[in-house]
Every structure is written in C-alpha cells, then in structure tokens.
Design a protein around this ligand. Sequence first.
Ligand code: ARG
Length: 264
Amino acid sequence: MKRNVFLFMLVLVIGILAACGAAENETSTGSDSEPTSGESKVLRVGTSADYAPFEFVDTAVSDDIIGFDIDLANMIAERLGYELQFTNSDFNSLIPGLQANKYDFVISGMTPTEERDKVVDFSEPYYETEQYLVSLKESNINSMEDLKGKVVGGQVSSIQLELAEGFADEYGFTVESRDLIPQLIQEMKNGRLDGAVIENIVSENYLAQNDDLAAFPVEVEEPDYKAVVFQEGSELKAEFDKVIKELIDEGKIEELKKKWFVVE
Ligand code: ARG
C-alpha cells in the first residue's frame, strides 16, 4: 500500500514537472517579441486605421492597413532590422494598449501632448499638422462665429475634440464625440452634427471625395505635430529618433507626402 502511494506521488511529481517544462517552452517559442536567431525581431504596432491618408484600409483593394504612417513605420523598421505586426484598434484604446503591453509602439498620427507624455513616450516629431472645421456646404458655416447654437463633433480622445471643447463657450456651440472619423462625416450627412474638427490632410481626403463638404482652417496658437508613441521608458525611442532624423534629412518624409496626400 505504502509503496503504491509512493509510486503515485512519483508519477504525479514527474507529471507536474513535465507540464511546467511544456508551459515554459510554449511561452518562449510563442512570444512574438523575443528575438530568435536568424530571424528579425517582431514589434507589435497599434494603429487606428480610420485616418486616410495616414492609416486606413482600402477595402476595394485588400484588408491591409496602408498609408503614410505605415510606410514610415516600415522604413524605420527596415533600417533597424525589425519586422512589424500591425493591429487595428480604435484611437481611444491605443494608449491603454501601450500601457497594457499589447503594443511595442503606436503610430497613428498621434500628437504629443503634456497629458499623454505623463503615461507614454513620444519620438521626435515627424510631421506638422493643422486643423480644419469641416461641415456641409449647404449649412454655410464659414467661420467660428457661424457655429453659434450648433453641434460640433470630434474623435474620442483626440486633440481635435479638445480643441472643439476649448472653443465651445467662446463661440456658443456644443460638442459631441464619435469613436471613428468616418462616423463624424456620416453624422454631418444625416444631420446629427453640424460640423467636425478634423485634421487638414484627412479633411482634404474627404473633401476630394464628397462634393457636399466644405472646410476652413481653425486658428490655433501652437502648431500640432505627429510622433511615434512608445511605452514609457522604452529603449525603442532612441533607436527610432535616430532613424526619424535621418529620414527627415534625406527628404523621405517629403516623398511620403507626395505619395499619399491629395494636396501638397
Ligand atoms: N492628431 C490627433 C491626436 O493625436 C488625432 C489623431 C487621430 N488618429 C487616428 N488614426 N484616428 O489626437
């Protein structure tokens, strides 16, 4: 009897040890971000692909995420010897995703702000941007003064939403948010929004495809930029900064603008 118990325990212990070994193996081979000899390291990238021409999916062509930011990320990765694996997610969830270690970096036309800087790190800026107020032509909104009593939209968690909120009292309009940029456009068309604050280049894309839209620039005190976003303290920042500077100096950013923008 005793001997049977001993054998049973032995089998149990061996079983547990074997299971542990298997589990360990699984994590080391299953992890994307571990360097494996001979292959380049894979970085997990978060982006919100609702932002043509920076990041979007051209469903008529394929399911791939494409655009200015995607090309830029690929150029940087190529020079540093990384492979990239993109995940499409709402803009709102990108910083939480970095904090939860779901992404190694985010590229999504994101503007460095003091508040964001408290929880993530930003690369050198790679692009300077302006904001437009977009509306339906027929509503004759040509200045901020024309927004009195109107409803203005912005993307959740974006600086454009913040900008709208900052002007709301002064010009007497109310502000509403939507998760995705195409929803802002749709809501103007179905009358639930009178206008929306959207970045100039993204607006230009919609203007080119929608005859019924109009836009004017929103005056701001400080220019806005775009930068790559990392987990706080990430070692990738220094590597990326070096390459971003090289690409700017070599005129590669200008080439990307020519490739992707409908206007200069
Ligand atoms: N530049 C703005 C910001 O950082 C908006 C970026 C929105 N990006 C996107 N892919 N939808 O708040």
